[in-house]
Write a protein that binds this ligand. Structure first.
Ligand code: ZN
Length: 94
């Protein structure tokens, strides 16, 4: 799938996702593509300057939380999406 996305860029998959969300009456939220979801500690909000792609697990230098890169990023994206919803920036179906 990564190669497929590289071939067309993120624009088309996002357009399709937004279209399907509208079609099914769901809410589509797109967060800032530069949001540091992988480098931010979900527990305390501390953001590290850089995290090598190979680092699948890391420890927050601020609070010591042991983090799984993917799970932590998903939680951060979820929170950012909720913040966008609260700010009224989401696109809703129906
Ligand atoms: Zn932390």
């Amino acid at each position: 799938m990564a190669k497929s996305i590289l071939d067309v860029g993120w624009g088309e998959p996002l357009r399709q996702l937004e279209y399907k969300a509208r079609w099914y009456g769901r809410t589509f939220v797109q967060i800032d593509r530069l949001y540091p979801s992988s480098e931010r500690c979900h527990a305390c909000g501390h953001t590290v300057a850089a995290l090598p792609l190979a680092a699948r697990r890391w420890q927050s230098p601020a609070c010591g939380a042991a983090l799984d890169r993917g799970v932590d990023a998903a939680q951060n994206i979820w929170d950012a999406g909720l913040a966008e919803l609260a700010a009224g920036l989401a696109v809703s179906g129906t």
